[in-house]
Ligand binder design. Structure first.
Ligand SMILES: Cc1cc2nc3c(=O)[nH]c(=O)nc-3n(C[C@H](O)[C@H](O)[C@H](O)COP(=O)(O)O)c2cc1C
Length: 348
């Protein structure tokens, strides 16, 4: 029987329990991607709270990607020292950390012109190489900054999730058409990271499906996961388009992407991490024992209570206080409006 509080291996990374912090962007970095002091405090609190591994919020691989408001970046060498400070602070708590590498939009900046976005269908072969190189360069910086690994984001509507989706990708070259061709860019960049930076743990966050007509299906996603595992991905976090479903609470619609994660965990040899709607300790241990899912990750419950893992470990296994109102998305720094301390709600 699997238990939440037992040691388990995420590929080559030994973790002290089966709880992972799912990427949660605080949206407070400056336009150049520099992280403010408040962000370091958020991570320090999380690391002290007993989670076994932290995935950082989305961190853009590009200087010219303005898709995500307040996104941190690892897109140039000047940013490495602050990421080094972050990894040191988290490692001090004996907690491994993966940086979530994302490309929101592929924008080209040209002298005398505004930045402009290039759609999946309009990318030239050179643009595709450029995307790969941006991820590889960011992975190299991640290694220099002391990260234990990278999480490649191909979920939540970002560039790579659009690239693998038949809803957005209508290319007729080697990068579009069949599932294998839509997965080719992802597979190539994963094997590139694997070859060049073998010391980094390689995780993929992917949607089980797009949940829209003409979009990525569960069969597509399963196939892509298998290809990525062959290419060197060492663990996969299962999400779904529109990942932060509202109105979830203990006993109500928990673990909402479980069905696909169970199927995937049967199909691949690497650890599967399931995110989305974990709120009660009892249900979470049940999910772990329904099949081969190895880890459970959480975002909103840890915004509400960064010390939740320690609370559960101490014997107070009452459910997470988060009831998924999603107001955290609207606050500066993505705080919980029900937690103690001042919170400012953004005005639009
Ligand atoms: C405020 C906020 C910011 C988020 N930022 C990211 C992000 O940067 N990258 C990402 O992949 N998912 C992000 N997510 C989605 C979470 O990682 C997670 O998949 C989702 O919230 C469902 O898990 P939960 O029920 O434990 O919150 C974010 C969620 C929230 C609430």
């Amino acid at each position: 029987m699997k238990r939440i509080f037992e040691e388990a291996a995420l590929g080559r990374l030994p973790l002290k329990n089966r709880l992972i912090r799912s990427a949660t962007r605080a949206a407070i970095a400056d336009p150049a991607g520099h992280m403010p002091e408040g962000l370091f405090q958020i991570y320090e609190e999380l690391a002290k709270g007993g989670i076994a591994c932290i995935v950082t919020g989305s961190t853009s691989v590009s200087d010219n990607d303005f898709c995500l408001d307040g996104v941190a970046r690892l897109s140039n060498d000047g940013l490495i020292p602050e990421h080094q400070k972050l990894t040191e602070l988290i490692h001090k708590q004996e907690c491994p950390v993966l940086v979530q590498l994302v490309l929101g939009e592929y924008n080209r900046a040209e002298a005398g012109k505004l930045h402009y976005n290039i759609n999946v269908d309009d990318l030239t072969p050179e643009n595709i190489e450029d995307v790969k190189e941006m991820f590889l360069a960011a992975a190299e910086r991640a290694e220099r900054a002391g990260y234990d690994g990278v999480q490649i984001l191909a979920s939540n509507g970002c560039f790579l999730s659009r690239f693998i989706s038949p809803y957005y990708n209508h290319r007729t070259d080697g990068y579009g058409g069949s599932v294998e061709k839509r997965a080719k860019l992802l597979v190539e960049l994963i094997s590139g990271i694997c070859e060049r930076y073998p010391g980094l743990h390689r995780n993929l966050k992917i949607d089980c499906e797009d949940f829209m007509a003409g979009g990525l299906t569960q069969d597509d996603s399963l196939e892509i996961c298998k290809l990525c595992a062959q290419a060197g991905v060492e663990s996969i976090e299962v999400s779904g388009n529109g990942s932060s479903i509202a109105g979830i609470s203990a006993g109500e619609k928990e673990a909402y992407f479980k069905k696909f994660a169970l199927r995937l965990a049967e199909a691949v040899e690497i650890p599967v991490v399931l995110v989305g709607g974990h709120r009660s300790f009892e249900n979470m241990e049940k999910v772990l024992n329904e099949g081969e899912i190895a880890f459970l990750s959480m975002a909103r419950p840890l915004i509400r209570e960064p010390y939740l893992p320690n609370r559960w470990k101490s014997g107070d296994t009452s459910p997470s206080k988060c009831f998924s109102c999603n107001m955290c998305y609207l606050t500066t720094g993505h705080h919980c409006i029900y937690a103690s301390g001042p919170v400012s709600v953004r005005r639009f």
